[in-house]
Ligand binder design. Structure first.
Ligand code: PLP
Length: 405
């Protein structure tokens, strides 16, 4: 019998964070190995809890969650999101211009599907969060990558971004605070990027899902405030800041001049209606999540678990004969690099496989984030600091063996 052929649209689509290495890790676990997994930013898997009052808000509204809801999400939750965005300086955000989805993941796809014609180009960071590339390709678009190099603190260059613009460019994606690098962008850079978008009529797409996860007193600047009247789509959610990945709740808000983005807003609404609505139950958690002060700050402040985990990673890199790293200023990851002078011929995929097979540690190779010939690896800061210290001892063992070969 003929085999069932999958769509050729998937030919260039990758998501290695849950890819072949993860499948191999599952095989090793099934065979009795104890694998330390550092591949997914999933707080609940590392002992973090969703704040109890979010859980209680859901439990108290189970009876109200049995019918389909509005395609854009619960009105009270959208009002809370709109108020948060306006308080941050985003212009003209109201309930009509907020969409709640099953995680930011669903909305990344929706935002690009509502925008792109075949062959349109989207400016994406390299490294990127790979769903952005995947969703661009699946919706007929072409990724064009601007670099966020370690040499520049993983901060992009606005001139380089502008040089990539062609008549086909439609949108500019910014991930801030950044996954995988942990970079948090200064306001001056955002101003230059907004100017590029304004000159070339690009839609700004700001993935700000890590907006409250910040270290060492660094400040987060929302892009929408800088964008002013220029249309900007800002993304946020419960998964990271509120440690509720499994609830699958994310949102987008559309700021700036209404007239310029009215047709786009209507396209988003049509696509949202086609999938009826997001999970209603979990949306009740949005209201207390945004109305109360975020509790993540106790974890990122000195003495807090994420702060100490980040310190364990920075200490591990400092003690290494092979690694360097740009200290992450935000988000849940570090993106260390194997120095060219230490191991000239380094293959990040081969390294990650050896680290898994020889030392039972699962990380994500840097090239999984759409960086050619990457010398990086990404690991999450979510494990206990003591476990991260153990991980760096094991990484050093593998690097020592590779350097000696
Ligand atoms: N955007 C970024 C930058 C992410 O790192 C993630 C998840 O890791 C997402 C979006 C998707 O988040 P969710 O679908 O859980 O809201």
């Amino acid at each position: 019998m003929a085999s069932i052929k999958p769509s050729t649209h998937l030919a260039d689509v990758r998501y290695e964070i849950r890819g072949a290495l993860t499948r191999r890790a599952r095989e090793l676990e099934a065979a009795g190995h104890d694998i330390i997994k550092l591949n997914i930013g999933n707080p609940g898997r590392y002992g973090f809890e969703t704040p109890p009052h979010l859980r209680e808000a859901i439990a108290g509204h189970l009876r109200d969650s049995e019918a389909y809801g509005h395609e854009q999400g619960l009105e009270a939750a959208r009002e809370t999101i709109a108020a948060q965005q306006r308080a941050r300086g985003a212009r003209h955000v109201d309930v009509e211009r907020v969409f709640i989805g099953n995680g930011v993941s669903e909305l990344i796809d929706l935002s690009l599907r509502a925008l792109l014609q075949p062959g349109d180009e989207v400016l994406l960071p390299s490294p990127d969060y790979p769903l952005w590339s995947a969703a661009t390709i699946l919706n007929g678009g072409k990724p064009r990558y601007y670099r966020c190099l370690a040499e520049n603190g993983h901060v992009p260059d606005a001139d380089e971004i502008e040089a990539l613009v062609t008549p086909r460019t439609r949108a500019l994606v910014l991930i801030n605070p950044n996954n995988p690098t942990g970079a948090v962008y200064p306001r001056a850079l955002l101003e230059r990027i907004v100017a590029v978008a304004a000159r070339h009529n690009l839609l700004l797409l700001a993935d700000e899902i890590y907006d409250e996860i910040l270290y060492d007193g660094v400040a987060f600047q929302p892009l929408a405030e800088v964008a002013g009247e220029l249309p900007c789509v800002s993304f946020g959610g419960l998964s990271k800041v509120h440690r509720a990945c499994g609830y699958r709740v994310g949102w987008l808000s559309l700021s700036g001049n209404h007239a310029r983005s009215a047709d786009y807003r209507d396209a988003l609404q049509l696509l949202a209606a086609l999938r009826l609505c997001a999970n209603v139950t979990a949306q009740w958690a949005v209201i207390p999540a945004l109305q109360d002060a975020p509790t993540i700050t106790t974890l990122t402040a000195p003495g807090g678990r994420l702060h100490e985990a980040r310190k364990a990673v920075l200490d591990g890199v400092a003690a290494s004969a092979y690694l360097d790293v740009v200290s992450p200023a935000g988000a849940l990851y570090a993106f260390p690099r194997v120095r060219a002078d230490a191991i000239p011929a380094f293959d990040d995929n081969a390294f990650a496989l050896r680290l898994l097979e020889e030392e039972s540690v699962l990380v994500v190779p840097g090239s999984s984030f759409n960086v050619p010939a990457s010398r990086h690896l990404r690991l999450t800061l979510l494990p206990q600091p003591a476990q991260l210290r153990e991980v760096f001892a094991r990484i050093e063992q593998v690097l020592m063996r590779m350097a000696a070969e």
